[in-house]
Design a protein. Structure first.
Length: 253
């Protein structure tokens, strides 16, 4: 079995998107695209491991307010900021967050929240994947804070675009909650009341079945992930670049 998890000191949730079989008999390429929690947690040795792995572009999905307190210093690789949640009102953000609390269980909570995110922020999603398509030669890393929600959705779309089966994508997504437990457990425990604690528990979950339902709903509505991204403003040539980057049976031009 291919080992996709990467042990980079300081981060908890780093995985290569390579090594996944595709539905047409192909495979995704190791070293092409990596998903992670915030790389600003990396130690000096962690940064060294990232660079030695071949990462040449970092796509940072965090809000400006999330990276404004980063430790000053130049990144050793090119960084592109594409904030997943930008250009939306606080009221709309709260409406989306409320979906997690109002749903009957964590699967439906995650599914409904993610579908709203993909609809509301579709232009930002397209911009994030465009940043992958336009990256220079070498590896690309995508990350947010925990590497679970924003990064999880972008990673899922990338893998589906490359032809990976929905169940395999969901299984990979489902690894995140346990990986980042050291980051979220204290946050959950520190909630002011039980309602807030339940919301935080749900926001910390990554049920694989939820990702299955997200992708199935997205494809039912748009026909395919590719069409969703086209509807969001991407071009066929940009999407082809992503596929070429991520699949073993294609070559970068």
């Amino acid at each position: 079995m291919v080992e996709r998890r990467l042990d980079w000191e300081g981060c908890f949730n780093v995985r290569d998107l390579g090594g996944h079989p595709t539905e047409d008999g192909g495979e995704t390429r190791m070293g092409a695209i990596v998903r992670a929690d915030s790389v600003r947690r990396l130690t000096e040795d962690g940064w060294k491991a990232l660079v030695e792995y071949g990462i040449r572009r970092i796509v940072d999905l965090r809000l400006a307010s999330e990276f404004e307190d980063d430790v000053p210093g130049e990144l050793p690789v090119e960084a592109v900021h594409v904030s997943f949640f930008e250009n939306i009102s606080l009221e709309r953000q709260l409406e989306i967050a409320q979906l997690w609390l109002g749903a009957p269980d964590e699967v439906s909570a995650t599914r409904d929240g993610y579908l709203e995110m993909l609809d509301t922020y579709r232009a930002n999603v397209a911009e994030a994947i465009r940043a992958v398509a336009a990256a220079p030669e070498g590896g690309v890393l995508i990350h947010c804070m925990g590497g679970k929600d924003r990064t999880g959705l972008v990673a899922a779309l990338l893998l589906r675009l490359a032809g990976v089966a929905v169940q395999d994508i969901a299984a990979d997504y489902g690894l995140s909650a346990e990986n980042i437990k050291p980051l979220w457990q204290q946050w959950v425990d520190d909630a002011g009341d039980e309602a807030e604690r339940e919301l935080r528990r749900r926001l910390s979950a990554s049920p694989a079945e939820a990702m299955v339902q997200v992708l199935e709903n997205l494809e039912r509505e748009h026909g395919s992930v590719r069409q969703y991204l086209l509807d969001a403003g991407m071009s066929d040539s940009e999407l082809d670049q992503v596929v070429v980057r991520l699949r073993v049976d294609a070559a970068l031009s």
